[in-house]
Design a protein around this ligand. Structure first.
Ligand code: C2E
Ligand code: MG
Ligand code: MG
Ligand code: MG
Length: 279
């Protein structure tokens, strides 16, 4: 009996796996057509200056409205795009869209675009970025490219060359999700990042654990000593904001200030006055 039940479970598991693999396959096929069908969009989340709490930039975040599954998280489809190589075309489209949208925004507003490690395997990456900036009429000094440390785990020298070249164009390179994965401090010296984004995990734990706040303060101090700015990611409450402010972070990003939203709905003028005591 137990054996039969076990078999049932196993069978069920197989069916589940099957369904998952099928969904994955469907998504892969649908993603090929998503761009042409206009199902993809770029949303923007504001990044605020901690001292003034005014928006000084935005992060571009891709969105896919699937006709059957509804809005899918990039965590769901970016890996598929990476596995299939579609990320190269997709990434180019996102960057062009972001630069074109941002060209119409106030000149002090920077736009940050995420780059996948897979995009660095494309030797045309740097010329592609340069061409997009030129055709959008968008100054490189207003573009930030966010990479995670997984980029730096690949063949080092070629990637560092590409990053140097992008940096020479006047583009800022930002280290995203700092604090997860390896987060070796030696990465900070390998490449002159202009900014470090402290992972949301740290920010959410800061309120519970004093050692977390100590780590964030230390990282911020180190970054500033190395002439880099810091952005705290995923700030959802005023309590968290107060802690990242105390830790010395220069910028903050999170639902407290705004959710990612379509280009035409961003308000760059707004100052957050949600908590009076912050003055
Ligand atoms: P990321 O680059 O670290 O982006 C920040 C993520 O945190 C976004 O998730 C954003 O919506 C979310 N977030 C921001 N504030 C808060 C908050 O206060 N609370 C919570 N819980 N979450 C917050 P999203 O848009 O789902 O993107 C997830 C990841 O997918 C991104 O992480 C990035 O790694 C990747 N991604 C998104 N757009 C692109 C893209 O255009 N190209 C590439 N290559 N990757 C992208
Ligand atoms: Mg990012
Ligand atoms: Mg991040
Ligand atoms: Mg992330």
């Amino acid at each position: 009996r137990a054996k039969a039940a076990g078999r049932h479970c196993y069978r069920f598991f197989e069916i589940e796996m099957d369904a998952q693999a099928r969904t994955q396959h469907v998504l892969e096929i649908d993603l090929r057509n998503a761009l042409a069908r206009g199902e993809l969009d770029v949303y923007y989340q504001t990044i605020v200056d901690v001292a003034t709490r005014t928006p000084i930039g935005v992060e571009a975040l891709v969105r896919w409205r699937h006709p059957v599954f509804g809005e899918l998280s990039p965590d769901r489809f970016i890996p598929i795009a990476e596995d299939t190589g579609m990320i190269v075309a997709l990434g180019e489209w996102i960057l062009r869209r972001a630069c074109m949208d941002a060209a119409a925004w106030p000149p002090h507003v920077k736009v940050a675009v995420n780059l996948s490690p897979v995009q660095f395997r494309n030797p045309e990456l740097v010329p592609m970025v340069r061409d997009i900036l030129a055709s959008a009429g968008f100054p490189p000094s207003r573009l930030e490219l966010e990479i995670t440390e997984s980029v730096l785990l690949q063949k080092h020298t070629a990637i560092i060359d590409m990053l140097q070249e992008l940096s020479r164009l006047g583009i800022s390179i930002v280290l995203d999700d700092f604090g997860v994965g390896y987060s070796s401090l030696s990465y900070l010296r390998l490449f002159p990042f202009s900014k470090i984004k402290i992972d949301r995990g740290f920010v959410s734990e800061m309120t519970q654990r004093a050692d977390c706040a100590t780590i964030v303060s230390a990282v911020t101090g180190l970054a500033h000593a190395l002439d880099m700015q810091t952005t705290a990611e995923g700030v959802e409450t005023w309590e968290q904001f107060r802690l990242v402010q105390a830790a010395g972070c220069s910028q903050a990003q999170g639902y407290l200030f705004s959710r990612p939203q379509p280009a035409d709905r961003i308000d760059f003028s707004r100052r957050e006055n949600g908590e009076r005591s912050l003055g």
